[in-house]
Ligand binder design. Structure first.
Ligand code: ZN
Length: 179
């Protein structure tokens, strides 16, 4: 769930010349935040002048408002002080996602938003306490090893949580206009 959209981001971050004219992204599921921010920063702040900057990014409407604002600033070409890659990552939030006393579906935990969906009752907690592997320091390494961490996170968290909660539907288009 959601690994396809994160994979698209990762590929765009690694190979910007593959789609140099691309300036609009639409994701029906939220990519993992650390990978999304690395991708947008590389494109809009650090990229070559012949590579088009992103102008609009459409995401599910239920995202943390502060992260949406950071994306808007990046779309204006402003470098933002945002949470660290680790703090935005699945690994950085794994203790919360694997805490069976906290509610929430997988999708909302991935998007870092609150959700009241109950965890699976009767699920022994010890089956879900294995945390994903360590988180790298460098962006290059984060991009190169993203899939392995994501796969461990999903395999662990799906033991505890429903995939989605069927609420807060709809999409939100973020642009650099109006701020
Ligand atoms: Zn949810």
């Amino acid at each position: 769930m959601g690994t396809g959209v994160t994979s698209v981001c990762q590929q765009l971050a690694l190979y910007p010349w593959a789609c140099p004219a691309l300036h609009t992204l639409t994701f029906g599921l939220c990519p993992e935040w650390d990978i999304l921010f690395i991708t947008v920063e590389r494109r809009n702040i650090f990229s070559h002048q012949d590579i088009s900057k992103f102008r609009s990014i459409t995401l599910p409407v239920s995202i943390p408002a502060a992260l949406g604002d950071h994306v808007r600033n990046l779309l204006r070409g402003r470098r933002v002080k945002r949470p660290s890659n680790y703090d935005l990552s699945l690994v950085g939030n794994a203790r919360i996602a694997l805490d069976s006393s906290l509610p929430g579906c997988m999708m909302c935990h991935r998007q870092l938003v609150a959700c009241e969906t109950a965890t699976y009752l009767g699920q022994p907690v010890e089956t879900a306490i294995k945390l994903p592997s360590k988180y790298p320091d460098s962006e290059t390494e984060i991009l190169a090893t993203w899939r392995g961490r994501s796969s461990i996170w999903h395999s662990q968290v799906r033991r505890l949580r429903a995939q989605g909660c069927y609420r807060k539907n709809g999409l939100l288009t973020l642009t650099g206009d109006g701020i």
